[in-house]
Design a protein around this ligand. Sequence first.
Ligand code: ZN
Length: 178
Amino acid sequence: MKAVLVVDMINEFVKGKFGSERARSIVPNIAALLEGARSRGWPVFYLKDSHREGDPELRVWGPHAMAGTWASEVVDELSPKKGDAVIEKRWYDGFLETDLGERLRDLGVEEVVIVGISTDICVMHTAWGAFTRGLRILVPEDCTESISEENKRWALEYMKTVYGAEVVPSYRDLLRGS
Ligand code: ZN
């Protein structure tokens, strides 16, 4: 079974301090993917940065997406629906120090569709977490973004080469024939 992992589509990275037009551009595609996923019974997991004082990432990026604030909430356009899971994370990798891996295993998930931002940071590190748990990885290009086209391309290529991820042009390719 497939599950969808929605990485950091939260106010901070879409509309806030690190928001960008590139991040906003993928919101409708992710919304359409999630609708298709739910109707197929694929579990949906939101992974959201929810930092606490002292987290190592804050030394690199400054304070961002602090737990319990507006910045760490999923954007309204992609609000979690009944049955979706929301997991708070403190690292780029959504598997690290969370129960995501156990929950996917308990559901019998073998393949994860990873979407969101940024392709070269949290998406890529979460793909590593998935790889180390034996999960197959699918990334639809039109549901992930980065600070630049160059960073996005580089990270997609890296995930393909190093984690054996399957990168498809569109979420439509995933919904078709399944
Ligand atoms: Zn962070």
